[in-house]
Design a protein around this ligand. Structure first.
Ligand code: FAD
Length: 84
């Protein structure tokens, strides 16, 4: 695979000159780790192309979804702080 996609590395970064890298074979474990972080860290929401698909359009959709979750979270947090 690496012979087809020309790449080189600088430090810890890989630069792909003819293609962009796709999800790896253990991608499911990445999704599970993201889910775990979101569950264990209230108020933390993950967005971007690691979750929900590659491409600018999908990343924007992922960001909008996360923004909705943040708004709901903040609304429910402020509701809990209101005096009864
Ligand atoms: C070569 C190439 C061609 C592509 N062509 C297309 C195309 O034609 N059409 C299309 O729809 N999609 C294309 N894509 C895919 C698309 O660019 C990505 O899916 C999309 O940009 C991902 O958006 P993102 O916001 O999740 O991540 P990114 O756009 O990668 O943004 C992440 C940001 O976080 C910053 N960052 C990273 N680490 C840290 C840190 N520790 N602290 C602070 N900031 C940090 C980075 O500098 C970057 O600005 C292409 C991708 C590549 C690589």
């Amino acid at each position: 695979m690496f012979s087809y996609y020309a790449w080189y590395s600088v430090g810890s970064h890989f630069y792909w000159s003819k293609a962009f890298p796709l999800y790896g074979r253990d991608y499911q474990s990445v999704l599970e780790a993201i889910d775990k972080m979101e569950k264990n860290l209230p108020g933390f929401f993950y967005a971007g192309n690691h979750k929900g698909g590659l491409s600018v359009g999908k990343s924007i959709a992922s960001g909008c979804k996360a923004a909705d979750l943040v708004i709901s979270y903040l609304d429910s947090s402020s509701d809990n702080m209101k005096p009864n």
